[in-house]
Design a protein around this ligand. Sequence first.
Ligand code: FES
Length: 150
Amino acid sequence: MKEKEYEKLFSGFKGIEDDILAIFLRVQKKDGYISEEAIRRVSRFLKISENRLYGVATFYPKFRFTKPGRNTVKVCMGTACHVHGGQSLSDAVGWQLGISLGQTTDDGHFDFQRVTCLGCCTLAPVVQINDDIHDRVLVTGLKETLKQYE
Ligand code: FES
């Protein structure tokens, strides 16, 4: 985001601590994540340390701190999915994409997230890619599933 865009984004806020979450929500809506640059700008605007801002923002799972990929892979780690191999699936996604949880591939094609429940537990284990739900995903079939998004 450019200087002018930050000025526009901050307009309407009083510049007090109560504005933190609303500002971060706006930043994330605009950029898709909270960048280091955004943290610096918000810190200057609110006169609150960057550490304190990180502390607040990281408390809320809604906020992300890496640029999203063009395709988001979410592995469900809720109880039903965990029992049906969610951890192995999560490990396999990281291995297939060559990234760790929360990261984006170098080419920006995929990012990798975990979620606690996607609301379709009877279909466990479940992986969501963008808006698509993939049910009863096996580690052996993961490569083919990901291939659909290349
Ligand atoms: S636990 Fe995975 S969908 Fe509910």
